[in-house]
Design a protein around this ligand. Sequence first.
Ligand code: KG4
Ligand code: ZN
Length: 340
Amino acid sequence: MRVLGIETTCDETAAAIVGVDRAGEAKILSNEILSQIAAHAAYGGVVPEIAARAHVEAIDRIVARAFETAGLKVSEIDAIAAAAGPGLVGGVMVGLTSAKAIALVTGKPFIAVNHLEGHALTARLTDDVAFPYLLLLVSGGHTQLLAVRGVGDYLRLGTTIDDAVGEAFDKIAKMLGLPYPGGPSVEREALNGDSERFEFPRPMSGRPKPDFSLSGLKTAVRLMAERIAPLSDRDVADLCASFQAAVVDVLVDRTRAGLRACREAGISPSTLVVAGGVAANQAIRSGLTRLATEAGLPMVAPPLALCGDNGAMIAWAGLERLRLGLIDDMGALARPRWPL
Ligand code: KG4
Ligand code: ZN
């Protein structure tokens, strides 16, 4: 069984083919990605109009490359999946329309995948993770703790009341004059910084409901940066390290509350999983590994290439849906807002 997955919800044009063999072993047969980072860097963030146009220009080439790399013909796949949201509507429509066109021409099933479900199920593509599991989903637009009970069966335990974690990284980077995308820039600076120089707040710490708040932390970093300006290289590194340490503490504390909430809901998670672009952060991965050990659970984080947006996660979610007979018709619409 093989599925083509197309991802165009933000600033990556991506297409991949994922398969499972007869023994049920999952395999990524191709995973092509064209990042638009250079096109948006000058603006310090993603510009929707530029993104949509870049997706239109790249999509056919990226899909063709996914087939070439896999050494497969269109007739050799079983279904076509595309992320139908949440995300920037212009980009989503490009991927969705391409997927529907391929499905119509070939007569193969079409599957509309929720981008967040793609992140949520990635751990099952790379590791043997059984349902239910506790998922910390941290990306540029989303910060959620979910009990993943099955494909399409998600219990949201908590979410952010203001900024997403990735968004906070991006805003701090912009404020400190670091290149876009902010997460990797802040992480790089933090490596050389003193995480104890500034004591930033850990919002929501100790609260039983596993919700998040990042905006107060972001403001604290801004006020400190303004107070000590002009900033030396050392100041920037120390601000990044102190900010990142606060984020790690917050995520560990909130995920601990998520574990408790999960068990209170009668769900006994098999694994602690972290996913989304921010899951690439090594300090965050280490903090969560410590928490998992404390809780007696295995911790699974996707390999770095599968943390950020990619086509394989959409192909895999499509494959999980196809196995359950969950296919969509051509009426499936782009959904800029689409909670899991
Ligand atoms: O999942 P993703 O690729 O796109 C969305 O669906 O949002 O996540 C992108 C986000 C950006 O905010 C980016 O700054 C952040 O993930 N990110 C990181 C790191 N790498 C990417 N944040 C912290 N540390 C990183 N190493
Ligand atoms: Zn994403």
